[in-house]
Design a protein around this ligand. Structure first.
Ligand code: ZN
Length: 93
């Protein structure tokens, strides 16, 4: 999927349509003690080895997230264009 470098869309903070710059989403490092980690540690408490994880059905591709940053107020928000795909989003420079 190809996207333009800048798009005009609604900004929650400005409460009107403004130009936003489009950037690829990159995963941030995991927090030290998030809810899932605490739950997992509680589950394996008392066992020596590891507990088998839940088996989830395999999804076809991922939702390609993008970060939209408002050029007026500099606030950023996440947006998913399209649906689950294996293709990466291309941003035209
Ligand atoms: Zn704004």
């Amino acid at each position: 999927m190809k996207l333009k470098k800048e798009i005009k869309t609604f900004c929650k903070n400005c409460n009107k349509h403004t130009t936003h710059s489009v950037n690829n989403y990159s995963k941030k490092p995991e927090r030290w003690m998030n809810v899932g980690k605490r739950r997992h540690e509680r589950a394996i408490k008392g066992y020596v080895g590891s507990v088998e994880p839940k088996v989830h059905p395999k999804k076809l591709g991922k939702k390609q997230k993008t970060i939209l940053t408002c050029t007026v107020c500099k606030k950023s928000s996440e947006r998913v264009f399209g649906r689950r795909t294996k293709k990466k989003i291309e941003i035209k420079r």
